[in-house]
Design a protein around this ligand. Structure first.
Ligand SMILES: Cc1ncc(COP(=O)(O)O)c(C=O)c1O
Length: 458
């Protein structure tokens, strides 16, 4: 019988993260004056040790011992061959998934929450604010803050706050505070509510609220933390792909195709970047980030300079963007409802190193149900987007009669997202189609911003 689980020992947890900034070039973030932002300008928002990591050109960065100690609660995560899914699809493809759902909060998010809490603690920070979409990130940060004795406050996008009440319960169990966004606690929240009292909220608005709450705290001991998009987040997540490489090596496999769902880009980056390194150095691999068709950042929106949040508190980032004021339709994959994308992931799209795909809500849920009924584990609605693409590729392999190796990131479990499954079975979920006019209208917000250069890293 073919091996199902490929495991590593704790001693094999990677001791260094891979920093892709050593291998690709990015346009710089820009300040309000249109000039590149100097790292010190970010000091009221992030601790300096994380800002240094954000701009570091070093290819390998040490994982601190205290971070490894916490990561070892669930790492190394298993790599699993999806034998039953392969059988159901009658495909010659061999499908492997990295199970990031085994972490205490249930997703890949603590891979960066833990180092972020650690670096804040070392810097003397006592409280961290953040936003969360589906609640995976907020609960991951609450868990990490509990490990290092830091206060945590989470602004949770209203639609998910209502759909997923148990995420708040998790945050509170770990000692965090969670409030619905937009809230009346910040100017950004009050402005959003004034504009539309019934708004479902968005990650862009929640980010504005969390930044405002951090920088307006008079103690000087509060900072903000972001669960995706930024370079240091992508860096921390590479532990996923680095472990996977070791696991595949043990069984003499190498992927032909790598797939991850993409909201801000971090779990995709985590599994893909160590292999992007190989691709840049001549290896042939297809690498697909998959986003929701209802929030088609990479597949439909331009590469532009835009703010990472709705109120415009962040620098201008070079990324694919639907416009910082865009409020995505209330799909159940709350963690994928983001108007922008990681600048690194965007740059890889621009350079043609990776190829974005989009999946609809209904196709994704169907893929998640097939996975649950074959492999047993119930995936998060976000993860289902990766699965929809995996299934397409496995069927294509069958049609072409090719024994492809497909690797994907199982970014989280869906045990707190069962409302999405209930609604799917009741026929209450729908696909959202954005018209060309809507897309063009939402992009007007960055019409007059500077344009990023089309850089070729090599
Ligand atoms: C399970 C899961 N997968 C994926 C994502 C998308 O985020 P990212 O693109 O940063 O991995 C989220 C975000 O909340 C998530 O909870």
């Amino acid at each position: 019988m073919a091996a199902r689980k490929i495991l590593l020992s704790e001693a094999e947890i990677p001791r260094k993260w891979y920093n892709i900034l050593a291998d690709i070039k990015l346009n710089p973030p820009l300040g309000p004056d249109g000039k590149p932002v100097q790292p010190e300008a970010l000091a009221p928002v992030f601790p300096m040790n994380l800002i240094e990591q954000e701009v570091s050109p070093e290819r390998w960065i040490d994982v601190p011992e205290d971070v490894l100690k916490v990561l070892s609660i669930w790492r190394p995560s298993p790599l699993i061959r999806a034998l039953s899914l392969e059988k159901a699809l009658d495909t010659p493809a061999r499908i492997y998934f990295k199970n990031e759902g085994v972490s205490p909060p249930g997703s890949h998010k603590p891979n960066t929450a833990v180092p972020q809490a650690y670096y804040n603690k070392v810097f003397g920070i006592e409280k961290i604010t953040t936003e969360t979409g589906a609640g995976q990130w907020g609960s991951a940060l609450a868990f990490a803050c509990a490990q290092f004795g830091i206060e945590c406050k989470v602004f949770m996008v209203r639609v998910s706050f209502d759909q997923k009440p148990y995420r708040k319960s998790m945050m509170e169990t770990w000692g965090g505070k969670c409030i619905a966004s937009p809230s009346t606690e910040t100017k950004a929240g009050r402005d959003a509510l004034e504009k539309d009292p019934e708004t479902p909220g968005s990650l862009g608005i929640a980010i504005s609220e969390a930044i405002e709450a951090a920088v307006s705290d008079e103690t000087g001991k509060t900072r903000y933390s972001l669960g995706s998009v930024l370079n240091h987040v992508m860096l921390h997540q590479t532990i996923i792909g680095l472990e996977t490489k070791k696991q595949l090596k043990k069984i003499g496999e190498y992927p032909d195709i790598i797939i991850g769902c993409a909201g801000g880009g971090s779990n995709f980056a985590g599994i893909a970047f160590p292999f992007v390194y190989d691709k840049i150095n001549g290896q042939e691999i297809e690498i697909y980030p998959v986003e929701p068709a209802a929030c088609p950042t990479m597949t439909k929106a331009p590469f532009a300079y835009d703010h990472g949040d709705t109120a415009g508190y962040t620098p201008l980032l070079p990324m694919h963007s639907l416009g910082h004021a865009f409020v995505p339709p209330p799909v159940h994959a709350g963690g994928l409802r983001y108007h922008g994308m990681s600048p690194i992931v965007s740059q890889l799209v621009v350079e043609g190193i990776i190829e974005p795909k989009a999946a609809t809500q209904l196709d994704s849920m169907a893929a998640g149900v097939l996975f649950a009924r074959t492999e047993g584990m119930i995936p998060a609605p976000e993860t289902n987007h990766a699965l929809a693409c995996v299934i397409d590729e496995a069927i294509k392999a069958k049609e072409e009669g090719k024994e492809k190796v497909i690797l994907f990131n199982w970014s989280g479990h869906g045990l707190i997202d069962l409302v999405a499954y209930d609604k799917y079975f009741a026929g209450d979920l729908q696909n959202f189609v954005l018209s060309e006019e809507e897309l063009l209208r939402s992009q007007k917000v960055f019409e007059n911003f500077p344009k990023p250069q089309l850089i070729k890293s090599r």
